[in-house]
Design a protein around this ligand. Structure first.
Ligand SMILES: Cc1cc2nc3c(=O)[nH]c(=O)nc-3n(C[C@H](O)[C@H](O)[C@H](O)COP(=O)(O)O)c2cc1C
Length: 216
């Protein structure tokens, strides 16, 4: 496969912006959506543990209920797709065992050969000091998926709005997450920009490259 030209990459980085107003008549085609779903699934995560569920809210009634819990931001109801990023609140041995089984099955190895790996993860995340702050660890992982999603979407000329402006506990209630072990951290609205979203014409406000990328 030919690699994507640098000009195309740079141009799409600038094309992407936080879309504040979506055209509610334009829907993402199923084959395009499926690639966006894969960008979430294939995202990197620490140890590969994937401590997340990505909830695609398709029910218009649910999306209406989420609107007042999202500072009234209209992309919640108007964007083609609305994805809520949730993280696994506590890491446990059952999740690690599930991951080890998947690993053994996928790579055709005996699960016992992965015992060292398994015990290392348990020692670190379930029984080690990091268990105390595991919810922060899990939330960070979801943001990696968010970044992958925004970039892939931009390459596909699909607009996005990453959203932290929401009430996570309210979302958990509306989406029936209470007691599930998963909690809302953020969301992404995606679809196609409205022609009259003035933010698409605003210049990017960024610090100078030498101010943020430091070579030593
Ligand atoms: C994690 C995260 C959460 C954000 N939450 C919101 C939000 O709730 N509402 C909003 O209008 N923009 C939100 N933004 C968009 C940022 O304000 C925007 O990315 C930033 O101003 C840079 O502008 P640009 O993305 O258009 O280049 C969020 C961005 C990120 C990365």
């Amino acid at each position: 496969m030919p690699r994507v030209d640098n000009e195309v990459l740079f141009s799409q980085m600038n094309w992407r912006y936080a879309c504040k107003k979506f055209d509610s008549t334009k829907k993402i085609r199923t084959e395009d959506w499926n690639i966006l779903a894969e960008t979430l699934r294939l995202s990197a995560s620490s140890y590969g543990l994937q401590p997340w569920k990505f909830i695609v809210v398709q029910d218009t009634e649910l999306r209406k209920q989420l609107l007042p819990l999202s500072w009234g931001q209209t992309p919640v109801t108007d964007a083609s797709h609305f994805v809520v990023l949730t993280y696994k609140e506590k890491m446990d041995e059952a999740h690690i065992a599930k991951f080890i089984d998947q690993n053994a099955k996928t790579r055709g190895v005996d699960a016992t050969t992965l015992d060292g790996y398994k015990n290392m993860m348990i020692g670190d995340l379930v029984k080690g000091p990091r268990a105390e702050v595991i919810n922060w660890w899990a939330q960070r992982q979801t943001y990696i998926a968010m970044g992958s999603f925004l970039t892939t979407a931009a390459l596909m000329e699909i607009d996005t709005l990453p959203m932290e402006g929401l009430d996570p506990a309210g979302y958990d209630k509306v989406l029936g997450l209470e007691g599930s072990g998963y909690k809302t951290v953020a969301a992404i609205a995606c679809g196609y920009r409205s022609a009259d979203d003035k933010y698409q014409h605003a210049k990017k406000v960024r610090f100078d490259i030498n101010d943020v990328v430091i070579y030593k």
